[in-house]
Design a protein around this ligand. Sequence first.
Ligand code: NAD
Length: 357
Amino acid sequence: MKYNIAVLDGDGIGPEICAGAIKVLQKVGQKFGHEFTFSHYPIGGCAIDLCGDPLPQETIDGCLASDSVLLGAVGGYKWDNMPVDKRPEKGLLRIRKELGLYSNIRPAKLWKALAKASPLKYELVKDGVEIIIVRELTGGIYFGERGTGTGEDGDYAWDTEKYSVKEIERITRIACELAVKRGKKLVSVDKANVLESSRLWRKTVHEYCAKNYPQIEVMDVLVDNMAMQIVKNPAQFDVVVTSNIFGDILSDEAAQVTGSIGMLASSSLGDTKRGLYEPIHGSAPDIAGKDIANPIATILAAAMMLRDSFDLVQEYAAIEIAVQKVLNEGWRTADIMEDGKKQVGCREMSRLIAEQI
Ligand code: NAD
């Protein structure tokens, strides 16, 4: 099969980590008989330097013409003082909108080999953890009506959490598609004991799953309990679906459990198979160009692309296994280095992983 991938390298370590992911995808292509082609387009600070816009039309057109999109990271000191709507990060928000991406999927995976990096007790995480949080990205309180005013008690401000059945159903579908490829279990997080919007959320998730994915077991967890359970027993969770605000908070909490930002990937999906796949970390300008960045988050983002955009489940697994082997052999980049392990740079780590495919 042929797949056309748009690569948005971005700024800082972006080009280095994308090069690492491309190396691994090329090896997957050779091994499994696929042809991946890569077209690079500018985004973020480098696009501002090039043409004054963090998301040039050429980049939007290139992404829309591709089968899927791989992104490095954007931003850096050089553009920190620009007006908000001209900042590199604006390019990111706009590309999600242009591609119609309304979900954000963040697997917080703690590899057994890195269990000691977790701030949690070793006994709780020694067998590894993988919580996949599917967050609704374009609705809820971050986009609801808001306002300020002055009343009897002085100044006040308000925001609204509002969800339609359609919005809840479409994010539930994304979570179910993942759950059927994994353990067929889905946790839905809400605050249905207090919020009307959460009661609709809960009812809709259950009705949608019962009708369309009867093989999936759905369990509800209140958001306050979820926040506790993530630090008490993170290994009990697999796929979790939740609203924009709850997902924002819980995905950062879950990421922290893994203790290593350079290892975590993320994707944004919408109604088509085309997604945007990226590491959760930023452009790390402090280490850019030194060949010391950890490419694993971006390599795992590329693996997610194979599974979720191209349905190449075996190829996805091949990358995960390769990463695991390299970690088990003791290879580490500087950010995850421990005593007694062998330190390598970004290029060499990527080569080692590609070699294991
Ligand atoms: P950051 O994630 O870039 O870096 C935080 C720390 O983690 C730094 O010490 C960095 O060296 C380290 N780090 C990050 N990724 C690493 C990797 N792969 N390997 C090894 N070490 C790594 O966050 P920041 O410093 O707050 O932001 C830097 C720039 O990135 C800012 O301009 C910010 O706006 C931007 N940013 C972009 C994105 C994105 O593109 N999605 C996300 C977050 C921040």
